[in-house]
Design a protein around this ligand. Sequence first.
Ligand SMILES: [Zn+2]
Length: 198
Amino acid sequence: MLPENIERFVREFSRLPGIGRKTSERLSFFLLSQPDEFAGELADSIIRLKSDMRLCSVCGNITDKDPCAICSDTSRDETVICVVETAIDIFYIEETASYKGIYHVLGGVISPLNGVTPDDLALKSLLMRATAGAALEVVVALSSTTEGDATALYIAQMLQDKGLKITLPARGIPVGTDIQYAGKGSLAQAIRNREEMK
Ligand SMILES: [Zn+2]
């Protein structure tokens, strides 16, 4: 039986993705072996992570100022909107330095099995941004999964006959892989070689 403080740490940290109970126990003993400042700084960074961050009211990106750095950057190409599932996908696409348009975070994909309906996603705001602004092209950069593909199709149907070009990133991303695990090279290529949705 672990002391209550360690047990609590282990319980909380094992709620993180990819961290099981064993890893969490090892982390707790590692932290206990470190100088006091280390745990203090780590705790402080976790608290600040949430308290100073919000969602961009324009695109849904995670940001410390609203609108986010991308939405307030006048050099970005406002005629191209890239639709992604989560804000972390923006981070990965930005790292490729191969895209200069703006973004729209959907908040997931349509998934009847998980109870996610179109109403749960930022689809109405996408329709508004795609039709009211300067947009000429919408890049649907969702995961190459059955649900991602079904959501892309839903978006294509929602935006049809609006005078927009709807494109998909070329299939440089392996089927069944999330954007964030695609790898920089194949992600850059996939975004560059995006194709029109048929
Ligand atoms: Zn934004």
